[in-house]
Design a protein around this ligand. Structure first.
Ligand code: C5P
Length: 242
C-alpha cells in the first residue's frame, strides 16, 4: 500500500486520495464480513481477485454505455476511480429467490422469480441497512425522484447484460447489490455506478450443479471460499498470475 491520505475505510475496501483532483484510489482488502459485521474473517487473496473481477465487469459495462466510476486498475489490489458523492442507498436486484428474500417471505432458495425484483436498503451500519421504499428515499432526500429513476434504469441494464455474460460462462446471476454516486462535470450531474461488482456482492451459482461460487460460501461456512472466487475469475478468463 503506498503512502496516500486515507479518505474512508470500509469493511472490504479503503479509499485513498488519488493522484489527481477528482480521483480516488480504491484498495481491495482480504477482509470479509457478514450479517451486519457479526461474522468477520479473512479470505486470502480475495482483494486481488475482486479488484480484477470488478475491473473486468465495470469495463464491459462501460463499453455498453453504463457510466461507472472506474478509470483503470493500478496494481494487484488498487484501482483508480472517479471521486463521486455516494448515494446512501444499496440497490439489490434479484432474479432467483435466495438470502434475505427467501427468509422474509418463506420462498425456498432457488425459486425463479416471476420477474426481476428491485429492493432498496438505506446504507447505515448503526441501523443495519434497513430496507426502505421509494417514498422513504425521496421524502428523506437521499435521492431525488429523477436520480432514483436513473438508478433503476441502470440497474436493469446491468442485470440484463450481466445475466447474459454470466450465463455464457455457466453461471446463474441469482442477485446482486449496486451502489451509485453523483458525478459533476461542467455543472452537469450524472448518476454513475460506483463501489465494486464481485462475488462479494453478487450471488453466482453454477448453472448445472447450483454450486455457490460467491460470498455465501463464507456466510454459510461452506469452505473453499477463495477457490470459488478464483473459479469465477477463471471462467471470466482473467485469473491473475501466481
Ligand atoms: O442478504 P440478501 O439476500 O439481502 O443479499 C442480496 C444480494 O445483495 C446478495 O448478492 C448480497 O451479496 C448483496 N448484498 C451486499 N451487501 C449488503 C447486503 C447484500 O452486497 N450489505
Amino acid at each position: 500500500m503506498t503512502r496516500r491520505r486515507r479518505i474512508y475505510e470500509g469493511k472490504a475496501k479503503v479509499l485513498f486520495e488519488g493522484p489527481e483532483p477528482g480521483t480516488l484510489v480504491q484498495y481491495f482488502k482480504d477482509d470479509a464480513s457478514a450479517f451486519n459485521n457479526q461474522k468477520k474473517g479473512v479470505i486470502t487473496g480475495k482483494g486481488v481477485l475482486n479488484n480484477r473481477i470488478s475491473e473486468y465487469l465495470m469495463s464491459r459495462l462501460s463499453e455498453i454505455g453504463v457510466p461507472t466510476h472506474f478509470v483503470r486498475r493500478l496494481n494487484m489490489r488498487e484501482q483508480l476511480v472517479r471521486e463521486v458523492e455516494i448515494i446512501p442507498i444499496e440497490l439489490v436486484v434479484r432474479n432467483v429467490a435466495a438470502g434475505s428474500l427467501s427468509q422474509r417471505f418463506g420462498i425456498p432458495e432457488g425459486t425463479p422469480l416471476p420477474r426481476s425484483i428491485i429492493e432498496y436498503y438505506y446504507k447505515s451500519d448503526e441501523l443495519h441497512d434497513p430496507m426502505v421504499s421509494e417514498e422513504h428515499i425521496t421524502a428523506f432526500g437521499w435521492a431525488a425522484p429523477q436520480d432514483l429513476d436513473d438508478m433503476v434504469a441502470l440497474s436493469l441494464r446491468v442485470n440484463d447484460y450481466l445475466s447474459g455474460l454470466f450465463l455464457g460462462i455457466g453461471l446463474k446471476l441469482v442477485d446482486f447489490k449496486l451502489e451509485f454516486g453523483r458525478l459533476w462535470e461542467n455543472e452537469e450531474m450524472r448518476i454513475v455506478l460506483a463501489d465494486e461488482i464481485s462475488p462479494d456482492n453478487c450471488r453466482l451459482w453454477d448453472v448445472k450443479t447450483n454450486e455457490k461460487l460467491d460470498k455465501d460460501r463464507f456466510r454459510q461456512d461452506l469452505g473453499r471460499v477463495e477457490e470459488a472466487y478464483q473459479e469465477v475469475a477463471r471462467r471470466l478468463g482473467i485469473l491473475p498470475e501466481g
